[in-house]
Structure formats: structure tokens, C-alpha cells
Design a protein around this ligand. Structure first.
Ligand code: ADP
Length: 501
């Protein structure tokens, strides 16, 4: 890491005396706003063209780190959605479903490669628009998004191996709706398997983070994907609802809140539409007394505080075996103090900006609820930038299983710490939420890991690590965390009809 030393004193003689203080200044990250091109205004990407919204409406997208406007973006209404679905249907019937699989694959590979070439710019825009630290967007979001395109491009002409002794046919037009926490990655999770299996796409970004999908539209143009195969819309809940309710959409893939997931399920009941829903979570991270404690503490920090807790699989409930509770809480508090909250484009930042004012209000509301419920509150003393939406990393101890802060999704850097004595007790407690998306187990004993993973109701369980993703691993939930899997071989299934079943 490049570093310049502060306060270096040069004496008149030839001897150079260097004085160090603890506040070294690091070289600026190469990722800065100047390295990214953001247009003043964006239209809708329909049928391979930038089209003005028939709604005639636009909305501003802002940088949550300083509340400055980044761009003005088109807001698609029902008529715009209809136009996009018609373009997707036309491309499906006339081009995409009949294209030889290996030709389809070439386009998907091309998108992946261009994403890699533009990785730095995409990372900067993801951090500017969403508030996440550049370390996350640069080292995780963008490479993993490109990897999903590579991975599914590879499956495109091998579907016969993915589903042995079965024939597959595509579903048609896929309507996809994504949230604001991982915009480009969520788009990749959804677009890549849809294209690989021969479907066409109408996708909508979240209202607070439209920019990287609009950049993806530019990449799709550059890759010369046939017009209408992927249509990219921006807008709010009404745009999403118009996609869900459009009669010519064959499949809905949604990632977002459980509340909206339920609305979608009701809306499509009685139709032929297939659906996958990836919804909220309240992951239990469990530390046993035989675990490597320092590693576990670091895993907990990574699981909830990096990325501002804006992760549906965040380890927001920590269960610590009683004998090590004091030690773990002390180490967590020490580590909280060393976390840096601030400018998302600074490579030293651990916790960036909260995505929006509305989300910051939700987090503050839950902090108040936790205090009123009688839990003990601890917050890091770090300074916060004067402008923008920020929250200091916080934790609650003495939390009861029934407390709302232990049951409901906060989606912020707020950890609820609970304790347990026995394995059976912690399994019971970990499963005792409406959600079941992910969980973590920290122990030295392999047998304990297998015991836990068979009894816990969570779609993903990490052992001695947390928040690890790979395009070949399926992801999805139980209970109110939704159903269907994205990623891996499993991620192909929601986009095909299987013949010879
Ligand atoms: P979050 O709490 O993460 O913002 P939401 O579920 O509110 O999650 O939003 C996720 C996505 O769903 C966003 O793109 C949003 O615009 C969209 N959305 C919101 N309401 C609806 C709806 N009724 N039907 C379809 N999509 C919706």
C-alpha cells in the first residue's frame, strides 16, 4: 500500500530524522468520480434503443454519501413496460429462442468480458449511487457479477448435461425486479441464466440505484446483443407492479422485501406465471466455545458491518455460547472502534453511506425500539461525515429472543447479541424467526457443523466463514425468505420447462 509520511523533519546536516505519527496519509484510491462517465440524463433501454419514457416522468438519483444529484433518470409507466414486453416477445419469437445455443453463449461471454474491461468504472458508479465502500464494489460486486455471466455463458450449450435425459425449452419473457443493495450483481444473477436458457428479459432497477444497470445497457449495446433481448427500465414500485401484472410475461424473478414479495405472489396467483422470490432475512451467526474466537469475531464483523448491513443474508443475530460471551463482546466492541465509517470511494472505508434517508430512518427507528425493549446499546465513537447518510456500527447485548431487534430485519449496521448454552437450544433459537435465508456456524468440530446444518432451516449455511459467494453455488431461502434458487445449476431451473418429466 502506498503511503506518504507526515511530519518528516529534515535537519541542516546530512542526517535525516523521520518522525512518525500514527495518522499516516494513504495515497488516494485510483477509483474516483473523474474515472466514471455518468450522463446528465438517462432514458429507457427498450428494443436496443434509448427511448424517452411515454410517462414523460424522470427522477433524480443522488449520491447518499453527500446528497448530491448524480443524474436524472427516466421513470417507466405501464405503457413503457408494455412497449418493453412487446420488444422482448418479438426478440424471443423471432431471434433468441431459435438461435443455436453456442451462438447465444458468445453474446453472454461478450457481455462478461466487457464488464471486466469496465470493472473500475462500474465499481465507482456502484459506490457513488449506492453508498457501498469501493472495496466491496471493486473486489466483490463487479467481479462476481461478471463471473455470473461467464458461468452461465458456459452452461448455454450444455443444458443437456444440466438436465440429463430431459429436454428443456425456454419460458418466454422474464420480468425481473431487483433491489438497491447489490444492483449489478442482482441483475447478473437474473439476466445471465435467463439468457443462457433462451429467454428474453425486461428488468427494472431499484429507484435509488438505477445507474449501473444503465451502464449495463451500454455494455449490452456494445456487445451487439440483438434488439429486445434485454430491456432495461428504471422506475419505482408502480413500474415493478406493471411488469408483474403484464399478461405477456411468463416468469417473474424478484429480490426485495418480504412485504412486496407477498404482494407479487398474490398478484400472480391463478396465472401461469412462474416465480422465484428472494426476500428478507435475519441470519443467525453462532459461535461455539471451541471456535477460533478471533476469526469468528472477524467473521461476525464481515457478516454484518461491512456493506452497512445492507445484505439480506447479513448475520444480524449473533448467538454466543455463554462461557465465551464476555470475551466475544469485549473483542467485538474493540473491533467496532477500529472500523472506519465514511467516504465510500476511500479504499480504507469499512462502512460507507446508508443507501437512502428512508433507510437511515428505518435503522434509527430500530435502534430506538431496541433501547425501549431494554437491550443494552453500544455504538462506536467514530466521527461521521457532516453531509450524507451514515450510521455508526452498533450492537445490542442482553437481547431477548422475542425482542423485535432479534426478529425483524433492520438492514443496517446493527447487531443483536444473544447467548446460549446447548446445541439444541441454539438450533431452536436460530430457527425461531419468520425467515430462513442464511446462517453461520463457528466451531472447531466438523461433526457439530454437520449436525447444525441438517437441523437449521436456512438456504445457505456458512461454516467458519460468512458471506461467501460463488456463481456455482445456489442461493435462496426458506419460509418468509422466499423460494426458488439463484446461482449454480439450480439457477437454471426457474427459467426452463422440462420435457419428459
Ligand atoms: P427494499 O425494502 O429492499 O427497498 P422493496 O421490496 O421495497 O425492497 O423493493 C425491491 C424492488 O421492488 C424495487 O425495485 C422496487 O421498486 C420494487 N417494488 C416495490 N413495490 C413493488 C410492487 N408492488 N410490485 C413490484 N415491484 C415492486
Amino acid at each position: 500500500m502506498a503511503a506518504t509520511k507526515k511530519n518528516s523533519n529534515t535537519k541542516k546536516s546530512n542526517t535525516i530524522k523521520l518522525k512518525f505519527d500514527t495518522s499516516w496519509q494513504y495515497a488516494p484510491a485510483p477509483e474516483n468520480k473523474k474515472s466514471a462517465t455518468i450522463n446528465k440524463q438517462y432514458e429507457l433501454f427498450i428494443n436496443g434503443q434509448w427511448q424517452k419514457p411515454l410517462s414523460k416522468k424522470y427522477f433524480d438519483t443522488i449520491n447518499p454519501a453527500n446528497e448530491e444529484k448524480l443524474s436524472k433518470v427516466a421513470w417507466a409507466n405501464e405503457v413503457d413496460v408494455d412497449k418493453a414486453v412487446k420488444a422482448a416477445r418479438h426478440a424471443y419469437e423471432n431471434i433468441w429462442k431459435n438461435m443455436p445455443a453456442k451462438e447465444r453463449a458468445k453474446y453472454i461471454f461478450r457481455i462478461a468480458r466487457i464488464m471486466q474491461e469496465k470493472a473500475r468504472e462500474l465499481a465507482i458508479i456502484e459506490s457513488l449511487d449506492g453508498g457501498k465502500p469501493i472495496r466491496e464494489s471493486r473486489d466483490f460486486d463487479i467481479p462476481t457479477a461478471a463471473n455470473h455471466f461467464f458461468y452461465y455463458a458456459g452452461w448455454t450449450d450444455k443444458l443437456a448435461f444440466a438436465f440429463p435425459n430431459r429436454q428443456t425449452s425456454p419460458l418466454g419473457v422474464a420480468g425481473q425486479i431487483i433491489p438497491w443493495n447489490f444492483p449489478l450483481l442482482m441483475a447478473a444473477w437474473k439476466i445471465a441464466p435467463a439468457l443462457a436458457t433462451g429467454n428474453t428479459v425486461v428488468i427494472k432497477s431499484a429507484e435509488s440505484t438505477p445507474l449501473t444497470l444503465l451502464k449495463l445497457a451500454e455494455i449490452i449495446e456494445e456487445a451487439e446483443l440483438p434488439p429486445g433481448v434485454v430491456n432495461i427500465l428504471s422506475g419505482a414500485g408502480d413500474t415493478g407492479a406493471a411488469i408483474v401484472n403484464h399478461p405477456d410475461v411468463n416468469k417473474i424473478a424478484f429480490t426485495g422485501s418480504t412485504e412486496v414479495g407477498k404482494i407479487i405472489q398474490k398478484a400472480i396467483a391463478g396465472t401461469q406465471k412462474k416465480v422465484t422470490l428472494e426476500l428478507g432475512g435475519k441470519a443467525a451467526n453462532i459461535i461455539f466455545e471451541d471456535a477460533a474466537i478471533d476469526q469468528a469475531v472477524e467473521g461476525v464483523i464481515n457478516g454484518i458491518f461491512f456493506n452497512q448491513g445492507h445484505v439480506c443474508c447479513a448475520g444480524s443475530r449473533l448467538y454466543v455460547q455463554e462461557s465465551i460471551l464476555k470475551e466475544v463482546v469485549r473483542k467485538l466492541k474493540d473491533r467496532l472502534e477500529s472500523l472506519i465509517v465514511g467516504d465510500p470511494l476511500d479504499k480504507n472505508t469499512d462502512i460507507g453511506a446508508i443507501n437512502s434517508k428512508a433507510q437511515l430512518d428505518v435503522i434509527h427507528k430500530y435502534i430506538d425500539i431496541g433501547k425501549k425493549e431494554g437491550a443494552e446499546f453500544y455504538q462506536s465513537s467514530c466521527p461521521l461525515p457532516k453531509k450524507g447518510y451514515y450510521c455508526r456500527p452498533s450492537l445490542f447485548t442482553n437481547v431477548a429472543q422475542s425482542n423485535r431487534i432479534a426478529q425483524e430485519e433492520i438492514f443496517g449496521p446493527v447487531l443483536a447479541v444473544l447467548s446460549f448454552r446447548t446445541v439444541d437450544e441454539v438450533i431452536e433459537k436460530a430457527n425461531n424467526t419468520p425467515y430462513g435465508l442464511s446462517a453461520g456456524v463457528w466451531t472447531d468440530k466438523g461433526a457439530k457443523i454437520f449436525n447444525m446444518t441438517t437441523k437449521m432451516r436456512a438456504g445457505v449455511i456458512w461454516a467458519n466463514t460468512f458471506n461467501k459467494f460463488d456463481p456455482s453455488s445456489p442461493f435462496g431461502g426458506y419460509k418468509e425468505s422466499g423460494f426458488g434458487r439463484e446461482g449454480g445449476l439450480h439457477g437454471l431451473l426457474p427459467y426452463v420447462n422440462l420435457v419428459n418429466e
